[in-house]
Design a protein around this ligand. Sequence first.
Ligand SMILES: [Zn+2]
Length: 387
Amino acid sequence: MKKILVITFLFATFVANTQTNRLTVNPEVRLPKDSVESVQLVAALNDFLESIPHGNTEKWILPAEKLETELLIDEMKGMDKKDSINFKPYLINVEALADMEAYSVQVSYMGIHNDAPVLRAIFELIVHKTGDGFRFSSPLLRNTKGWFKKEIDYLTYYYQDTVAENAIGQWASAIIEYNKKLNSNSPIVIYVCDDCNDMTCMLRLVGINYLMDVNGLKWLATNYIVKGKEFAIYTRRLSHQLKADTHDLFHGRANAVIPQETRSHYMICGCATVYAGSWGYSWEEIRKMFKTGMSYDKKTDWLKLYFERYNFGEDPKYPLQITQFINALIIQKVEKEQGFPAVMELLASGNMYNDRENFFRILEKVTGINEKNFNKEVGKLVQNIEE
Ligand SMILES: [Zn+2]
């Protein structure tokens, strides 16, 4: 008798463990009235969620919305564990969609940390009824139905308001110009959302209704690369700019082609400053601000200021660091004398704080400036600043 009890107990534990990542249905959820459909829907959702870590989601995705759905699935990967916390999926909402044979469902990932519940994410999926069961898609196309569409070269824009067309024209020209320098022309689909003011709202568009890691971030744009194709989302602030501020755009374009390990953030920022200024100041205005605001002489230790990122800006809210300023002067000269391929080497000169030697090796190769002659050479650059 005792033995049987022990075996039963072990079996129960085993069943419980294999079920930990199965979906728990919140008792308040209004499942389809048809009980067979309701069981099939939950089973399909479970199978779909379980296919995500194995990478075999293909058969569950609605073929017509493959890339949009892959984008959402990429974000759903690895949701069950973060640091030491385990997260379980819960079905928290099911809504029949009146205009199509489908349901909108919401799945949350919840865990417990120090006896308190932790919400990691809430995802929204559209579950389509098809001839042979259910298929899943992102709500992106549904959320952007009826939006205007404009194709400019290899860019496709979707937007809600014709007011955005002014900024879209400027963004598109800048993307094409920057990409041309960076030798990239991969297609990009850009959603310009007039309802969005922050990250939370942009994510909701693609079906990420809540994400702990980015909650509250005031980002103005975000982008994803899915199977080589890029998707971007812009907020209202970007779409309603009379004059598009494309400094951050250059960062994004450069980051898309230069791997993180070799990227020099401060060189990229210096290059962005030459092309688009910084904080809304033009490159010309920044040079003037340097001339009037920075006191220096022949003994100035530029190398020290460079690594300390000394700020010569007038407004503490909008710092203008000497690092990017010197980089901008270097890049302007290098592009003029040697062309963009040489600039590209500087943009990929790595993190100067982590690998100072490598950084100066590349800087010297391209410009002749090394750690020893830095102060003398930068002194010359500063002396020759164009008015
Ligand atoms: Zn920058």
